[in-house]
Design a protein around this ligand. Structure first.
Ligand code: NAD
Ligand code: ZN
Length: 696
């Protein structure tokens, strides 16, 4: 096969080469589709794939005589892996037509097509649609017979999917048994996906495994890919460790009304019913009338996209009336009554201009790729993290490389992978410097750690800057207006050498800085004054003790009541705090064992930083310390809240879903799927008496 350059726009081809281009595109889309759908290992970002796909669609539209049934434009991507049993879908699982433009025309074009198909005139009322999120995961068909989950299958090629029931059973959000009264046969369709926080945590664990030398481990390029890999995992034990979630959005085969099945008038009513049967349905589902309301929905969801806990790549519009859906019907691979309206891609290609090493608050050295500016996830990105030496080496990112950059949500942009076939230069592999690039102190990587750290401590101006910014941030003591530019100036000019110096800043010192107006200087002085009245959790978090995040700081404050009690607690006493394990306890101890840290605390207090101190939380026995319990069903005497309070007072945690990490499930009358799950995973099940016994 000719090695054509995919990513440069070539000059317009002469007529005769259109067909050649078309053949090439088909071949290439086939290759990329195989990597994506079959191997769960995409070779290029979706945006690149979509671009080629669209080019092929356009060529085929201009030359309908060239369209063949095996063209990627005519088929649903995907194929059944030999390792799985193949399942024939009773109702085919289709794709959805995509509108990629970010303007309003996507919704308008769809509405116009629908109205035309339905032969509506301008005087007719607007068409009623349902607008939904387009989750970036993989489609799943869940088959229930007599209310029991009997099979879960992937979309595959739309006609045949893969039987992945074992793996799907490990997803807590998918009911294994439905309430009485559901149709005898019920296929629910929806998306299996991985939340962003679950994805980050999974990759964090994978990185630690790789750093610890475990063979065959890898990180995942994005949540969709991680979810697909988990679902199509041959070992259900491993699948169970990959936290997946689910949203329902449709139906497959259902007992027909003539045999006692349900009658739904609208898609919306159907979704509400699925919800009442225990399926997760996204809260963002909305009825929208006509194109203007679709456009408004697209814009509104687009604005909030980053703050969703999971990835979406667009929204989906569906005609609400099921009778109208029937009338509209299907074209080859997609229904006419639905369309996907996409958002700017969260992965793009760009080139690496340089690799810098940045120094963080705790001295951590992070390699950062400097990129040719690229518009990704709705912003222009010029830096992307490479995490650490092992990651940078494993991905083998080099200056001059073409790379896939990902930016999703508030997560810092990262380099996902290198397109090796595009490497031209002779740049050497990246190596981590053995000295801190800022203060020239030795940088060391401790046994079992993934990161190099600068040993310069507060002599290192990079660490000083980060420590001050951390202390001053909104979630810590909050010094409004003290941003990174100003801190940089103050530290570089040696006006501030430690945290207490902040509170010794005079108006004149501030006003003498470059580009600082008197008014702004006064604002900073006021903000510093205001920040002195704080709370113990904020202060504790602001100190920047390794492993002490906001939640841990809150727990410590609640447990001990005063800072002095925390500073004097030994490791054993610290371990009694829920959320505090040996590593955290040791880190807190080490921090307060250093005289200079205590000195900083004393000086901050002397400067007037204060907070209300409380009494320590009840220090009674904690029989459930470190244990996670799940409550289900109705207990004979204890209410749900009362049971929860008792468990928490005994040091235990109450969780909403059963997993391998659950220590006990407390089950009362009418316990549902959580009880099944406990039995399946072998989690001990208690009744109320058993719980009370544990609490003694
Ligand atoms: N990177 C690559 O190399 C590569 C290769 C092949 C395909 N792809 C990507 O795969 C996608 C195209 O594949 P496709 O045909 O599966 O289409 P699609 O994934 O864009 O759309 C159809 C799918 O949307 C999902 N979906 C999410 N929310 C939904 C909702 N609310 N209602 C209904 N369905 C919903 C379903 O899983 C359904 O199967 C594109 O995004 C393309 O970029 C990428
Ligand atoms: Zn340093």
């Amino acid at each position: 096969m000719a090695t054509l350059d995919l990513f440069s726009s070539e000059p317009a081809a002469p007529d005769s080469s259109f067909h050649e281009r078309l053949l090439y595109l088909r071949e290439e889309l086939h290759r990329l589709g195989h990597a994506y759908y079959v191997l769960d290992a995409p070779l290029v970002p979706d945006a690149e794939y979509d671009r080629l796909f669209q080019e092929l669609q356009e060529l085929e539209a201009a030359h309908p005589e060239w369209v063949t049934p095996d063209s990627p434009t005519q088929r649903v991507g995907g194929q059944v892996l030999d390792a799985f049993t193949s399942v024939r879908h009773a109702v085919p699982m289709l794709s959805i037509r995509t509108e990629t433009d970010t303007e309003s025309t996507g919704a308008l074009a769809f509405d116009t097509r629908v109205r035309k198909e339905l032969e509506l005139s301008e005087s007719d009322a607007p068409v009623e649609y349902v607008a939904e999120l387009k989750f970036d995961g993989l489609a799943m068909n869940l088959r229930y017979e007599q209310g029991v989950l009997v099979q879960a299958a992937t979309r595959g090629d739309g006609e045949y999917g893969e039987d992945v029931t074992q793996n799907i059973r490990t997803i807590g959000q998918i009911p294994l048994r439905l309430p009485a009264g559901v149709p005898a046969v019920l296929e629910v369709r929806g998306e299996v996906y991985m939340r962003r926080d679950d994805f980050e945590a999974l990759n964090e664990r994978q990185r630690a495994r790789i750093a610890a030398g475990e063979k065959g481990e890898k990180t995942f390029v994005n949540p969709r890919n991680a979810a697909a890999g988990a679902v199509r995992q041959l070992d259900p034990g491993i699948a169970a460790q990959r936290p997946l979630s689910f949203f329902a959005y449709g139906l497959g085969e259902v007992t027909p009304a003539s045999e006692g099945g349900p009658v739904f008038g609208t898609h919306y009513a159907m979704l509400q019913t699925l919800k009442s049967w225990g399926f997760p349905v996204a809260a963002q589902v909305k009825i929208a009338r006509g194109a203007p309301e679709l456009i408004a929905y697209h814009q509104r969801i687009g604005v909030g996209r980053d703050s969703l806990p999971f990835d979406i790549d667009g929204v989906v519009y569906k005609v609400n009336s099921l009778a109208l859906q029937q009338r509209l019907g299907f074209v080859t691979r997609e229904p006419r009554w639905a369309v996907a309206h996409k958002y700017p891609a969260q992965e793009q290609l760009t080139t690496v201009l340089a690799i810098d090493v940045q120094v963080g608050r705790t001295g951590k050295l992070t390699p950062v790729a400097k990129l040719a500016p690229v518009f990704v996830g709705g912003v222009t990105v010029t830096n992307a993290t490479l995490h650490n030496e092992d990651e940078a080496r494993r991905k083998d990112v080099r200056v001059g490389d073409t790379v896939i950059v990902r930016r999703a949500g508030d997560v810092i942009p990262e380099v996902v992978s290198v397109l090796l076939e595009k490497r031209a230069g002779e740049a050497p592999p990246f190596t981590m410097p053995r000295i801190c690039p800022v203060c020239q102190s030795a940088a060391v990587r401790e046994e079992g750690e993934a990161d190099y750290r600068c040993t310069g401590g507060l002599f290192c101006s990079a660490q000083r800057k980060q420590a001050i910014l951390h202390f001053a941030q909104r979630r810590a003591v909050e010094v409004e207006g003290l941003g990174d530019k100003l801190v940089e100036q103050l530290v570089d000019a040696n006006v501030i050498r430690n945290l207490p110096d902040l509170y010794r800043l005079g108006l004149s010192a501030l006003a003498s800085l470059d580009r600082m107006a008197d008014k702004s200087a006064q604002n900073i002085v006021d903000a510093l004054e205001k920040s002195k009245q704080t709370t113990l959790p904020r202060f504790l978090f602001g100190l920047g003790i390794r492993h002490v995040g906001e939640a841990t700081a809150k727990e410590l404050a609640r447990h001990f009541g005063t800072l002095d009690a925390i500073m004097d607690a030994d490791e054993e006493a610290l371990l009694a705090v829920s959320d505090v394990g040996p590593i955290v306890a040791q880190s807190i101890r080490t921090f307060f064992d250093q005289a200079h840290n205590r000195e900083v605390v004393e000086q901050l207090r002397a400067c007037g930083v204060t907070w209300p101190e409380g009494a320590p939380a009840d220090a009674g026995p904690k029989p459930l310390a470190g244990k996670t319990l799940v409550l289900t069903g109705t207990l004979p005497t204890l209410g749900r809240d009362a049971a929860k309070d008792l468990i928490e007072a005994a040091g235990g945690k109450v969780s909403g879903s059963v997993s391998k990490k659950t220590h006990y499930v407390v089950a009362g009358a009418e316990a549902g799927s959580k009880l099944d799950k406990a039995n399946e995973l072998g989690v001990p099940v208690l009744d109320e008496a058993g719980l009370l016994e544990l609490l003694k």
